[in-house]
Design a protein around this ligand. Structure first.
Ligand code: PMP
Ligand code: GLN
Length: 394
C-alpha cells in the first residue's frame, strides 16, 4: 500500500500545540513540583456534593435529552431568577453542555461562518482561538493592559477599531482568567454599547461567577439593557463545586440562539452524562438553600489573602486579584527575560509550577506578559504553605 506523504491530521489542527495546562502539569510531575499551574482544586468537594454524585449514579444510566435533564434546567432557571431577577425559560433558553469548554466550542460552531471575525480580549482563555479557527473563523485581538496602579484596563476605542463588517461576535470573560479582573459596571456598559451599535453577539464566559473577593458582586452583561437578546452566557459547575472532572456546563441564551446552539450540540456530544446532570441539579438546589456560596467565597478569600502576601514577600509583585482562583504576579524583581524562562526556573530550582501568561496573548502582544506568572491558589493550605516556604528562599 502506498503511504501518503503528508501529515494525516487535518489542516485545521496543524497549528495547535499541546495546551499550556497539560505541558506544565507534566512538568510538575516530572520535577515533583507543587502544581500552582493548572487551575483545578486539589481537595475533595464538600460531602453534600459527593453524596449527590453517589446517589445520582444509582438512578440514571441512559441518555439525557439533547437540551439537558429537566431537573438541571429547572434548577438553573431558579438560580438565574434569583441572581438576575429574570425568568429564563428552562424549555427554550437553557442548554446543558460538557463543561464550559464544549459550550464554547458548540456556540462557536453554531454561530460562526467561515471568515467571520470574533473579537477576543486578551489575555484570552486558550480554547477561544482554537474553537474559532476550527469553525473557519478569524480571531481579532484587543489587549487588556495594566495601568500604573496595576489595574487591567480595556481601551474602548481600540475595541471599536478592531470591528470590521465581518465581525460577528465578541467573547467576554468575567471574572477573568488569567488576570483575576472583574470587569466594572462602567466597562460592561461601554462594551454593551459598542456591541449594540455594531449588532454583535456576545459570548459571555462567566464560569467564575461565584468566585469574587472583597464583597464584589458579579454582574452579567446579559442583564444590561438591550443585551439579553444578543448574549449567550456560559457557566460551569466545575469551579463552583470543585468538580472540574464532572464536566457539566450550560448556556443561557434567547430562544433563537439556543436553537442554533442545539443544532450544533446534537452532533457534538448529542447529550451530556445523565447522572452528573442529576447530581448538579441536586447540588444547585441544596446550595440555594444552605450557606455554600458564602462559605465558598470565605474559603477562597482566605487562600487569596494568604497567597497574595506570600507573593509580596517573595518580591513577586501581585496584580489585584478580584475574582477567580488565580493571581498574576509581576516577576521583574527576579530579573528574567521572559515568563517561560522564569516559570522553568521556578519549577526546576524552587519546585513550584506557575503558568507563563504569554500563552494567553496573540504573538504581537505576548510582550505584555513577559514579566508575569500566573499562580493558581485553589490548592490545600498545606500546599500553599509549602510553596510559600520555597518562595521565601529567594
Ligand atoms: N473558561 C474559562 C475562563 C476557564 O478558566 C475554564 C476552565 N478553567 C473554562 C472556560 C472551561 O471550563 P470547564 O472545565 O467547565 O470546561
Ligand atoms: N481552566 C483551567 C486553568 O485555567 C485549566 C483547564 C484545562 O486544563 N483545560 O488553569
Amino acid at each position: 500500500m502506498m503511504s501518503k506523504n503528508y501529515p494525516r491530521g487535518a489542516e485545521r489542527i496543524q497549528s495547535f500545540g499541546t495546551t499550556v495546562f497539560t505541558v506544565w502539569t507534566q512538568l510538575a510531575q516530572k520535577y515533583q513540583a507543587l502544581n500552582l499551574g493548572q487551575g483545578f482544586p486539589d481537595f475533595s468537594p464538600p460531602e453534600f456534593v459527593r453524596e449527590a454524585g453517589r446517589k445520582a449514579m444509582e438512578g440514571y444510566q441512559q441518555y439525557a435529552p439533547l437540551k439537558g435533564l429537566a431537573a438541571l434546567r429547572n434548577a438553573l432557571a431558579q438560580e438565574t431568577a434569583r441572581e438576575w431577577g429574570r425568568l429564563v425559560d428552562a424549555e427554550t433558553e437553557i442548554t446543558v453542555t460538557v463543561g464550559a469548554t464544549e459550550a464554547i466550542f458548540a456556540v462557536i460552531q453554531a454561530l460562526i461562518d467561515r471568515d467571520d471575525e470574533v473579537i477576543l480580549i486578551e489575555p484570552f482563555y486558550d480554547s477561544y482561538p482554537a474553537s474559532i479557527l476550527m469553525a473557519g473563523g478569524q480571531p481579532r485581538f484587543v489587549p487588556l493592559r495594566p495601568n500604573a496602579a496595576q489595574q487591567w484596563t480595556l481601551d474602548i476605542d481600540e475595541l471599536r477599531q478592531a470591528i470590521t463588517p465581518r465581525t460577528k461576535a465578541l467573547m467576554l470573560n468575567t471574572p477573568h482568567n488569567p488576570t483575576g479582573k472583574c470587569f466594572t459596571a462602567q466597562e460592561l456598559h461601554d462594551i454593551a454599547e459598542v456591541c449594540i451599535q455594531h449588532d454583535l453577539l456576545v459570548i459571555a464566559d462567566e464560569v467564575y461567577d461565584r468566585l469574587l473577593f472583597d464583597d464584589r458582586k458579579h454582574l452579567s452583561i446579559a442583564t444590561l439593557p438591550g443585551m439579553w437578546e444578543r448574549t449567550l452566557t456560559i457557566g460551569s459547575a466545575g469551579k463552583t463545586f470543585s468538580v472540574t472532572g464532572w464536566k457539566i456546563g450550560w448556556v443561557l441564551a434567547p430562544p433563537d440562539l439556543t436553537h442554533a446552539l442545539q443544532m450544533a450540540q446534537q452532533w457534538i456530544p448529542f447529550s451530556v452524562a445523565t447522572p452528573l446532570q442529576a447530581a448538579v441539579a441536586d447540588v444547585l438546589q441544596q446550595a440555594q438553600a444552605n450557606t455554600y456560596y458564602s462559605d465558598l467565597r470565605a474559603f477562597y478569600q482566605k487562600k487569596r489573602d494568604f497567597f497574595f502576601r506570600v507573593l509580596q514577600e517573595a518580591d513577586l509583585n501581585p496584580y489585584p486579584a478580584e475574582g477567580t482562583y488565580f493571581i498574576v504576579a509581576d516577576t521583574s524583581a527576579w530579573g528574567f527575560d521572559n515568563d517561560e524562562t522564569f516559570c522553568h526556573h521556578l519549577t526546576t530550582q524552587y519546585g513550584v509550577v506557575a503558568i507563563p501568561p504569554s500563552y494567553f496573548f496573540s504573538p504581537q502582544n505576548k510582550h505584555i506578559a513577559h514579566k508575569m506568572a500566573r499562580f493558581a491558589f485553589c490548592k490545600e493550605d498545606h500546599i500553599l504553605e509549602a510553596a510559600a516556604e520555597r518562595l521565601r528562599k529567594k
